[in-house]
Ligand binder design. Sequence first.
Ligand code: CAA
Length: 295
Amino acid sequence: AKQPAGVPEAAPREIHKVGVVGAGLMASQLALVFAQQLQVPVVLTDLDQDRVDKALDYVRDQTQKQLKKGRLNEEQATALADLVTGSTDKSVYADADFVIEAVFEEIGVKKQVFAELEEIISSDAVLATNTSSLSVTEMAADLQHPERVIGFHFFNPVAVMPLIEIARTAQTADEPIATAFALAAKLRKTPVLTKDATAFVVNRVLLRLMAEVQKTFDEGTDARTADEALKPLGLPMTPFDLLAMVGLPVAQHVTESLHASFGERFYVSSNLQALIDHGVTEIWSIDAEGHKHIK
Ligand code: CAA
């Protein structure tokens, strides 16, 4: 098969254990995909045990769904769920070969997580971030071993979206990049190497469309009308459905990062901010006739 562009000569590191930091929407999906495709133990952590339990419940639910669909038998479903364990203690990452963080999309939080991880994991384990919009270079800047830091960016829903953006910084060594390509192949994903530039490639383009739709929303266009109007473009998911799936706070954070880097090309919606400020997490409400309305 044709090699993707940018694969270094270096031998990839073998992965015997994976660490996922965080227990949110992306982290839970990542834990499942790593366990399923690599068949190695995956540990995830969060500060809050309830969130850890929720992530483990998600993994168990998904394995049960696969069992019902006949894709796994009883034994395989149990074995898969058992590969994923959770904790509130980051020392569980000590013997991991590849640790990926999927915590809150905030540079200070991510830097803190990386600094803590560096105290725990071996000096040559790969440290990856699933950030969709922050600078990988900045995340690695204060570390002792910035050369093992990479961006490894998945798309939601992780199980079905084929692409992984691998981001290389000026300091990243060859081995972690070779490892990232080998890992992507094992995960049956399509890797592309991108520069470490805000939002890499896909979100930079996608968010431009999303931001423009949000601008029409702020200017008074009804969300459902905008979604209906855009259907003929053949997008796999309409913009407001996509927002609902990604989650308002995450989507808003990503747009803000793009706005900070690229200015007015990325419009930040005040209507969406108002929803977030009011604690609204679900965009759609369904009325008595079954019609969707934005809240
Ligand atoms: N989790 C797990 N699996 C899911 C899923 C989810 N949330 N949603 C759908 N699937 C699975 C279904 O189970 C089904 O699997 P099987 O065929 O194995 O049974 C398969 O996906 C297809 O599902 P549907 O029949 O419902 O198909 P669909 O045609 O409606 O496609 C979709 C669903 C693939 C999600 C499609 O709507 C799509 O491609 N949407 C666009 C998603 C997108 O743009 N993602 C990028 C978002 S940006 C981002 O990732 C966040 C960021 O960086 C900030």
